[in-house]
Design a protein around this ligand. Structure first.
Ligand SMILES: [Zn+2]
Length: 470
């Protein structure tokens, strides 16, 4: 790791001067930021497309270059899958170390709605269009520019970067990479920048994510489909039997899960948490419009947020088997398959919940086979405490407003892995807006969020350093 000369404490500039210097730094670096983001967006680093293996390597090489050009010691770390890039500055062994996590792989971009080549970066006067601009290459660069400033200012902190290339495929080799302790040292805390605010002008930072179990319930009652006129009445109907089990698992009207013991380990959100959710700028109307819902199970904002962020679910994704062409065909299906998943919240344990499901189904219908598809534990970081205070001050400095602390309904595997391997606080400092279009056509990032992000990160690093001194 590169040693940066330590400055004596009295050489540290006052906060006022830092503010002005940061403002100037951000302005001076705009062109460079845009140029680098363009180079990164132009590489189609689609991790789920096997045909892009060469581009994935190119992406890793460019990322290492970008980080080392910024003055950090950077290396490509092999994981067994696509590598990740680990980089950083070591300014003093006794200073706190923070690792900034981002990912630089992207979603595919084959949607017909794209107005131009998704991998030909467009700068439309501060609107940065292209796949990966907001998820998550733009935020990665903002954090890097903020870090470079903090290092130049002599902030007594070690800053490291972890740029993953398999996030969009569920981080299958991330844990293996983290085990390489020499190349990926354990930090004192992690900050993740890969999340979306609820509304523009209202910073919102998650502190919790739901977990996930996916499963397939299959039932075979015959070797083939049969004629209902000839066999119906005597023949068992696997689809009807699967529907009966589905009904015994979830109340379709309320969403209440009926598997015995399912809610036992659920920790309900506190009043403070719900109060914080309400500060995020969440609107039921906008939520309905964004997803095209005609109606919801509830229209109460606090209740909607509780349900999508802090409560577990049982969802039916599909029921296959029998006939699904036009009109009807009078078959008795020989087999059926029910595709389900459950979102989990703290402190539910995926293995335990899967066991509950299996036992419940076995009791209802011992012929049904239950097979697990995917499994991800829920994640809960800190809702209060000194690190959260640092995030609050940083967001305020970058965007003029204290953030609301919210949860997210989805799952990010890498967070859970870092928490398990490192056991250090993990904070979020996300920079994306809903209108930026995560995973959507015409994805973009913008200079307002990019420059605010640089400032927020620069402040976050200096807040962490101050905290360590207290
Ligand atoms: Zn992302």
């Amino acid at each position: 790791m590169k040693k940066v000369k330590e400055k004596p404490a009295n050489a540290r500039v006052s906060d006022m001067t830092m503010h002005q210097q940061l403002e100037a730094y951000v302005g001076q670096n705009r062109k460079r930021y845009e140029d680098l983001l363009g180079q990164m967006v132009n590489i189609p680093s689609i991790s789920m497309d096997p045909a892009k293996a060469n581009d994935m390597r190119r992406m890793a090489t460019l990322a290492r270059q970008v980080l080392s050009d910024a003055g950090a010691e950077a290396q490509i770390v092999e994981t067994g899958g696509y590598p990740f890039v680990s980089a950083g500055w070591m300014t003093g062994a006794h200073y706190p170390t923070v690792t900034v996590y981002n990912h630089i792989d992207v979603q595919p971009a084959q949607e017909p709605e794209w107005r131009g080549d998704p991998f030909a970066f467009q700068n439309e006067g501060g609107i940065y269009r292209g796949r990966g601009a907001t998820d998550d290459k733009g935020p990665a660069l903002s954090a890097l520019f903020g870090a470079r400033f903090a290092i130049d200012q002599g902030v007594p902190i070690n800053i490291r970067f972890l740029w993953e290339l398999e996030e969009e495929i569920g981080s299958p080799h991330f844990a293996a990479g983290l085990k390489q302790r020499a190349e990926v040292p354990r930090p004192d805390s992690v900050v993740v920048s890969d999340t979306i605010w609820i509304a523009k002008g209202r910073p919102a930072m998650p502190y919790g994510l739901r977990g996930l179990i996916g499963a397939r319930l299959t039932l075979r009652t015959g070797s083939k489909d049969a004629h209902s006129g000839v066999t119906g009445g005597a023949a068992r109907n696997p689809l009807a039997e699967l529907m009966e089990v589905a009904q015994a698992c979830v109340n379709a009207k309320t969403g209440e899960v009926k598997i015995p013991g399912f809610y036992k380990d659920v920790v309900k959100p506190t009043k403070e948490e719900i109060k914080s959710f309400l500060k995020s700028g969440f609107q039921v109307k906008r939520f309905k419009a964004a997803y095209g819902f005609h109606s919801l199970r509830t229209d109460d904002p606090a209740e909607v947020m509780r349900r999508i962020w802090a409560a577990p679910t049982f969802e039916i994704h599909g029921l296959t088997g029998g006939y699904d062409g036009p009109g009807i065909k009078t078959v008795v299906p020989g087999h059926g398959e029910l595709k389900i998943s459950m979102r989990l919240v703290p402190n539910q344990k995926p293995e335990k919940v899967f066991d509950l499901l299996k036992r419940h189904v076995a009791k209802l219908n011992p012929n049904i086979k239950v097979e697990r598809e995917s499994m991800q534990p829920p994640f809960k970081g800190s809702f209060d405490g000194p690190y959260v205070e640092c995030v609050k001050r940083a967001a305020k400095a970058g965007f003029g407003k204290e953030p609301a602390f919210i949860r997210e309904g989805g799952s990010i595997g890498a967070m859970v892995t870092m928490q398990k391997v490192w056991r250090v606080p993990i904070l979020f400092l996300g920079l994306s807006l809903p209108e930026h279009g995560y995973h959507a056509p015409n994805e973009y990032f913008d200079w307002g969020q990019a420059s605010g992000g640089m400032k927020a990160f620069a402040h976050y690093f200096s807040e962490l350093a101050k905290m360590a001194k207290r």
